[in-house]
Design a protein around this ligand. Structure first.
Ligand code: CA
Length: 220
């Protein structure tokens, strides 16, 4: 557990509570000191107001960089709804307003870790698929995909390098009883490529294999 908080009294109180609950605690009073410790953390408690940069900015760098899914609980003295929405939209998993009871902090943290443990995540380069929530992000930004688009993308991304015919994809993603045509698959691939901002001549993710079908690029 990484605790990023500049107020020594709050840090001490939270650290003792976390340790009593059996967590190993790393501490950082600034965003700069927090960064190198992130790779050892199973979750982060992140204060909004830090001396070197806002916690939300650290969070943004985490989400767009190497930590797209590390669970983050945001702390703030600013309890306004607007701040809460901002914090969550920037990628915090939960939020707690100061002052708070350490029991509540612990309860929320446990819930966060449970949710994180249940999530099945698929990472392909800058593309991240949450197979439980059926949500996708590209470079940390949410991708608005329909149910079918998500299902098609997830099916291919789970099996990189394997080529599937349109008929196979129809059966796997739409089901045997669906009365679609191969054109249905083409349309969905087209929509997906647009949302993934693919270069049609050199797609990063979804490749056309001429005369056969489609595949998710290996090593994407
Ligand atoms: Ca602070």
């Amino acid at each position: 557990m990484l605790l990023v908080e500049d107020e020594p009294a709050v840090r001490l109180g939270v650290r003792l509570a976390l340790e009593r609950a059996g967590h190993r605690v790393l501490e950082a009073p600034t965003a700069g000191e927090a960064w190198p410790l992130l790779k050892e953390a199973e979750a982060v408690i992140l204060d909004w107001v830090l001396p070197d940069e806002p916690g939300t900015r650290l969070l943004e760098r985490m989400r767009q960089g190497p930590y797209p899914t590390l669970p983050v609980l945001m702390l703030t003295a600013r309890g306004e709804v607007r701040d809460r929405v901002e914090g969550l939209s920037r990628g915090a998993d939960d939020y707690l307003a100061k002052p708070f009871a350490t029991e509540e902090l612990l309860a929320r943290l446990e819930a966060l870790l449970r949710r994180a443990g249940r999530r099945r995540l698929l990472k392909r380069g800058p593309l991240l698929l949450d197979l439980e929530r059926r949500e996708a992000t590209l470079e940390g930004r949410p991708l608005p995909l329909s149910r079918r688009e998500f299902a098609l993308l997830a099916f291919l991304a789970e099996r990189p390098g394997r080529v599937y015919t349109r008929e196979e994809l129809l059966e796997a993603v739409w089901g045997q009883d669906y009365l679609g045509t191969p054109r249905t698959v083409d349309q969905h691939i087209l929509q997906l490529r647009e949302k993934l901002r693919e270069d049609p001549r050199a797609p990063r993710f979804l490749e056309t294999v001429r005369g056969v079908g489609y595949r998710f690029r290996e090593g994407a």
